[in-house]
Ligand binder design. Structure first.
Ligand code: ATP
Ligand code: MG
Length: 335
């Protein structure tokens, strides 16, 4: 018998700012693959979002395709999920404008990512950076997503997306599904290897601070060996041990072991042994991703064709919602 039950819709995006880190992988990409088994999933390369930091155009073009290849390399199946590039579906930018008119300046001003990124790019605090959460709301609401798998750093943006949707629905009648965040428990916030009080970020200029998912085994080993820890020399989870807590969380994500098991595995051993084991677990976790990526990049035509098919499928859904929203706000339709 055919299963006609509607599955939840899941949507998530990643910016092509540079190669994803282990944080992006454990906090987002790994969950994306998991969720594609039991949900109707859409995953996008958020290239419009990346424009906020003025990437060099030829570099951005290359990074968009690389990021698309990475989505397939981590195991997303373009037959099973809709995998596309944001700017190929113009409805994102169009809905963002409508939603801008339903977003309050005050609420957008409270976003901590805007504050952080304005500090990092003090010479380029553009309106796009400020408007980022509204475009993100459009990304989500266009597909009537029920769940959005994100790392803990994006929680505030999801809340504003819900607030915008709720305001629009109250003023103009029910139009958008209210999205819920889906935050994986362990990889929710992978921290920097050099400053474990800061999240690991792919735009961090210090290459030792983060593991790229395409790093080779010897680079991964080297980076873990130089990870910042503390002077206690006991592998246990605890306050003031941000570096070790982070390595334990990473090890746990890659091996499935809980903290208690990890503590007993390394009882009486020093940080040196522990760091090597964490590095080995990460090397094995990322090996297939790097191999798949290398193969996919050999066939750019396949990548472009698959991205175009993904955009077609996404656009069909997006335009239904966009047409509804345009009608609700009073825009005149030509047909
Ligand atoms: P950028 O510095 O360019 O903002 P980023 O590393 O924050 O890069 P994004 O493209 O903004 O990456 O986010 C992609 C996904 O990865 C989001 O779901 C985000 O929540 C998640 N993510 C980002 N950093 C981490 C982290 N350190 N730990 C877990 N998840 C993360
Ligand atoms: Mg980010």
């Amino acid at each position: 018998m055919e299963n006609t039950e509607k599955r939840p819709v899941v949507l998530s995006c990643i910016q092509p700012t540079s190669i994803p880190t282990l944080g992006n992988y454990l906090g987002a990409l790994k969950n994306w693959k998991e969720m594609s088994r039991s949900n109707d999933c859409l995953y996008a390369v958020a290239d419009l979002h990346a424009l906020t930091v003025h990437p060099e155009p030829s570099k951005l073009r290359a990074q968009i395709l690389e990021m698309y290849a990475i989505l397939l390399a981590v195991g997303l199946d373009p037959e099973e999920s809709i995998v596309f590039i944001q700017s190929h579906v113009p409805a994102h930018a169009e809905l963002a404008w409508i939603l801008n008119c339903y977003t309050m300046f005050g609420e957008a001003s409270r976003m901590t990512q805007f504050k952080d990124k304005s500090q990092k790019h003090a010479d380029n605090i553009n309106v796009g950076l400020f408007d980022y959460p509204v475009l993100m709301a459009a990304d989500i609401l266009l597909y009537q997503a029920n769940f959005v798998p994100i790392g803990a750093d994006q929680k505030q943006h999801l809340e504003i997306a819900r607030d915008i949707a709720e305001r629009f629905n109250n003023l103009r009648g029910n139009t958008f599904t209210l999205p819920e965040p889906y935050i994986g428990k362990l990889g929710a916030k992978v921290m920097s290897l050099q400053d474990p009080t800061q999240k690991m970020s792919k735009s961090d200029p210090n290459p030792k601070a983060s593991i790229s998912i395409l790093d080779t085994p010897d680079v991964i080993m080297k980076k873990f060996k130089s990870a910042v820890t503390d002077s206690e020399a006991v592998v246990r989870y605890g306050e003031g041990k941000d570096g070790i807590n982070n390595l334990m969380a990473i090890y746990s994500c890659c091996t499935g072991l809980d903290f208690e098991k990890i503590e007993s595995e390394f009882a009486g051993k020093g940080y040196g042994d522990f760091k090597v084991k964490v590095a080995e677990a990460v090397i094995e976790e990322l090996r297939p991703v790097r191999e798949n990526f290398d193969n996919l990049m050999k066939d750019k035509d396949y990548l472009l064709r698959t991205a175009a098919e993904g955009a077609d499928k996404a656009a069909r859904i997006a335009y239904r919602t966009l047409a509804k929203a345009k009608k609700k706000v009073g825009l005149l339709s030509v047909n």
